[in-house]
Every structure is written in structure tokens, then in C-alpha cells.
Ligand binder design. Structure first.
Ligand SMILES: Nc1ncnc2c1ncn2[C@@H]1O[C@H](COP(=O)(O)OP(=O)(O)OP(=O)(O)O)[C@@H](O)[C@H]1O
Ligand SMILES: [Mg+2]
Length: 361
């Protein structure tokens, strides 16, 4: 296994599109790194450059200590799993797994050993004689991963491998993949546009926008300390509330409430970021105490829409003149048109520069 390094990598396609801009990322040996961002932000292009399927316009890519800019794909010793599994329909699962190895002239015994090991890890043993059309979507996904495993690569590159599965199977396979990552003790670079996949699977998440890396950090840190409004808005569902405020000293004034910030940010205007769970009817523990002692952070919402999701209830409405989303007790009876008293968890507020979007606090 190996580390993977993107060192100031850019990609300009022949048509002129600058798909990846000055991209630098260190993926550690055995790390599960998730590249996440909306469609067209350059995720696949990054993977394809790493796999050698796309030339690099600028910068350097290293696998371990080896610069691979000029190394042909088959000599890079990495395996890629695509969204379309591209299994050979006329071949059995065994032959699908063995095909690449045969092409490389691997010995029969070695093929036998590697396929059986992969089939063991992925629980494909009973399916080895079947053809792809006799498999479920999840089983096909495992065969596609198996084809990567038998190559015993330095790193696994996975490009949206779950997007063809239905919601339930996607959750199952997501957990499977994490187990497999641990069992293989391998470097995984996983591309998705789904922030839930990113949050749940990644040791670290790299958030991209328009070919530019925005932030790289473990999921918790990305969620609690987003570097800018873009990351803050992309990660988390429902999305973070962004409320324009004017600042006086350490006080932030919105159209419908005011709140004491932990420090004076030294700006006049800002955007207050509040996750729905930090705008709620039932603050607990330290948060509740701090809200009640300083009498700050209480607000009224005019309720427009409510959504009960079993464990959660989200309330969409207007605070002052700003739209907002709150997460409240699912048992709370609240209807459109109601006025709802809410509290802010003042320990979990974010503040952003309105012009640059960068986090100030
Ligand atoms: N071969 C190509 N020629 C020209 N432009 C391309 C080519 N491949 C990709 N692009 C452009 O580069 C940008 C990044 O594409 P890329 O496929 O890396 O996005 P992505 O993040 O993987 O998106 P998705 O989530 O839709 O798969 C897009 O604007 C795309 O149109
Ligand atoms: Mg893609």
C-alpha cells in the first residue's frame, strides 16, 4: 500500500476548460479519503489523472515516493472502480475477477489464490459460477470491487461506486465498504457528490468546488469548523442557516433577534451561520444554561412548513425577515402559521465574511 500526493496539479482540457486548479492533497497510506463536491467540480478528473487515464497539465502526482506523471496507467499499480461496474456479461463472476490477471500473464495458481481471497473478503464464494445478470446490484458492486482487490494494488480509486444502488442497498454497501477498507488495510480514494457518504465513510473529506479544493479535514471538523460558507452549506442536511447580521462589539444583530458572540469579530457586517440543530426548542445542558443566564439567543419563528422524519422534526419559517430552518422535538405539536419560540445554541454559531464567504469565527 502507499500514500498518494497531488502536488499543485492542474488540468486544462483541450477545449479550454480548466477542470482542476492548483490541487494539492496528501492521502496517507491506508487512509480512506473522500473527494466530495457537486457535479462537474473536477472529482473524476482528479481520479483519472491519478489513474493515468488523463494527462496532467501542470504539477506532480506521486504514488508513494514515485512521481507517476509519465508512468502509463497499467504500471501505476492502482485499481479503479467505476460507477458503471463494466462487468463482462458473458463471463462468470470467477472469470470476471480473473480476467485482468490473465491478461497480465499471472500464473494459474496465483490467479486461483487471489480470486479466492477476494471472494472470501467479499463473500462472493457461492456466486463465482454465476453471470453478472444473475446478480443483484449490490453483488455486482462487490464483483467490481473484487476485480480491483485481486490486483493487490497500491491504492483503490472508487468513482461513485454506489450511485446505481437503491437507497437501502446504498446504506448497506456503504457499511460493507468501510469493513472492506479495514480488512484490506488499503489506501482508498473515494469520489462522491453525496455529503452523507462523505461524512460517514471518510477518515478525511476533501471538499471541491469548481476545480478548487476548499477544505480537507476529518468529517467532524468539516462539520463543526467549515472553512467557508460553501463548505458549511454543502455539508449537513438540512443545510446551515445563513442569516445576515450587523455587528456591534461582540453583539450580532439579525432582523429578528440578537445574540452575544464569544468574542468581538472586529467587522461591521457578517453572515451568521446556524445549523438547524443549534436553533431549537429544547436546548439541553450547558447550552440551555448559557442561553438562559445571558438571556440571549432567543427568537420567534413564524412557521411555514413542518417536516416530521420520525426521530427529527424540522420547521421551516421566517425569523424577522430571514428564512430559517430549526430542528425541534419530534413530539412538539406545531403547525404552519404558529409562532414558535426557539433558542440558539450560542456555543455553536458560525460567522462568515459576507464578501469572501471565509469563516471569521
Ligand atoms: N474530456 C473532457 N473534455 C473537456 N472537458 C471535460 C472532459 N471531461 C470533463 N470535462 C469537464 O471538466 C469538468 C470536471 O469534470 P469531472 O468529470 O471531473 O466532474 P465530476 O466532479 O466528476 O462531476 P460528476 O459528479 O458529474 O461526475 C467539467 O466541467 C466537465 O465538463
Ligand atoms: Mg464524476
Amino acid at each position: 500500500m502507499a500514500s498518494v500526493t497531488f502536488d499543485h496539479v492542474s488540468k486544462r482540457f483541450s477545449g479550454g476548460t480548466l477542470a482542476v486548479k492548483d490541487f494539492s492533497l496528501d492521502v496517507k497510506d491506508t487512509e480512506f479519503m473522500v473527494l466530495v463536491g457537486p457535479s462537474g467540480c473536477g472529482k473524476s478528473t482528479c481520479l483519472r489523472m491519478l489513474a493515468g487515464l488523463e494527462e496532467i497539465s501542470d504539477g506532480e502526482i506521486r504514488i508513494g515516493d514515485r512521481v507517476v506523471n509519465e508512468v502509463p496507467p497499467r504500471d501505476r499499480d492502482i485499481a479503479m472502480v467505476f460507477q458503471s461496474y463494466a462487468l463482462y456479461p458473458h463471463m462468470t463472476v470467477f472469470d470476471n475477477l480473473a480476467f485482468g490477471l490473465r491478461m497480465r500473464g499471472t500464473s494459474r495458481e496465483d490467479i486461483e489464490r487471489r480470486v479466492n481471497t477476494a471472494a472470501g473478503i467479499l463473500e462472493l464464494g457461492p456466486l463465482l459460477k454465476r453471470k453478472p445478470r444473475q446478480l443483484s446490484g449490490g453483488q455486482r458492486q462487490r464483483v467490481a470491487l473484487g476485480r480491483a482487490i485481486v490486483r493487490e494494488p497500491q491504492a483503490f480509486l472508487l468513482d461513485e461506486p454506489l450511485s446505481n444502488l437503491d437507497a437501502k442497498l446504498r446504506v448497506q454497501t456503504r457499511i460493507e465498504l468501510q469493513k472492506q477498507h479495514r480488512a484490506l488495510h488499503a489506501t482508498f480514494i473515494y469520489v462522491t457528490h453525496d455529503q452523507v457518504e462523505a461524512m460517514t465513510m471518510g477518515d478525511r473529506i476533501a471538499v471541491m468546488r469548481d476545480g478548487v479544493l476548499q477544505q480537507v479535514a476529518p468529517p467532524r471538523e468539516i462539520y463543526d469548523h467549515p472553512a467557508n460558507m460553501y463548505v458549511a452549506g454543502f455539508i449537513g442536511s438540512p443545510t446551515m442557516n445563513f442569516i445576515p447580521v450587523t455587528i456591534q462589539g461582540s453583539k450580532a444583530k439579525a432582523s429578528g433577534f440578537e445574540v452575544e458572540l464569544p468574542t468581538a469579530p472586529g467587522v461591521e457586517r457578517a453572515v451568521l451561520g446556524v445549523r438547524p440543530e443549534a436553533m431549537t426548542d429544547n436546548l439541553r445542558g450547558a447550552a440551555a444554561q448559557s442561553a438562559s443566564t445571558n438571556g440571549q439567543g432567543a427568537l420567534d419563528m413564524k412557521v411555514e412548513v413542518t417536516e416530521i422524519l420520525g426521530a427529527d422534526q424540522f420547521v421551516y419559517g421566517i425569523v424577522g425577515q430571514d428564512s430559517a430552518i430549526a430542528r425541534v422535538d419530534p413530539q412538539l405539536k406545531v403547525d404552519p402559521g404558529d409562532r414558535l419560540r426557539l433558542l440558539l445554541d450560542t456555543r455553536r454559531l458560525h460567522l462568515f465574511d459576507p464578501a469572501s464567504g471565509e469563516a471569521i469565527l
